[in-house]
Design a protein around this ligand. Sequence first.
Ligand code: 5GP
Length: 193
Amino acid sequence: MNFLEQKILADGVVKPGNVLKVDSFLNHQIDIRLMQKIGEEFKRRFADVQFNKVLTIEASGIAIAAFIAYLNDVPVVFAKKGQTVNSTDDKYVAKAYSFTHKKFNDIFVSRPYLKPTDKILIVDDFLADGEASKALIDLVKQAGAELVGVGIAIEKGMQPGGAKLRAAGVRLESIAIVDSMDPETGFIKFREQ
Ligand code: 5GP
């Protein structure tokens, strides 16, 4: 069992509706040493690819992105969330259905921060149905940039996002993959990697 799986077992809370609550170390309070380890693990797993920018989505993705960006000495760009974005003149916009908030959000990045010459590593805290990743990949494509991979802290393997990305040929690295969880008992089963 790796460090993140151990942390999830120790401090994660399984909620009804397929929700894993990790507020105590990721989504509300942030365990910075754990973020550092996640950054180091991404650095190891993506050692064979080159990227000049890390792209994520506000808010929790930023903490996940910070250390891998620091270790590779590249900037983090985070997509912002808005209800509806009217003008697309100065920004790339994509739609994402939010698993946690049960509604569509526009996400956007201002044009100067994604360029056709960029090689982008996308990172995020969770992968569930793959909506957030799909929208981030859409922004990369709109900019004409190159996607080199997607790094996820916690993939929920019982939801289709991971399978969809892998089937599309995306280089996906998830540090912990939860294959099943039970809100009654709190039992969490991880995929062997
Ligand atoms: P997706 O777009 O892949 O369906 O869901 C990914 C996004 O939804 C993540 O950015 C994360 O914020 C949120 N999310 C999805 N499932 C969970 C979950 O079980 N727990 C938490 N804390 N966030 C989740």
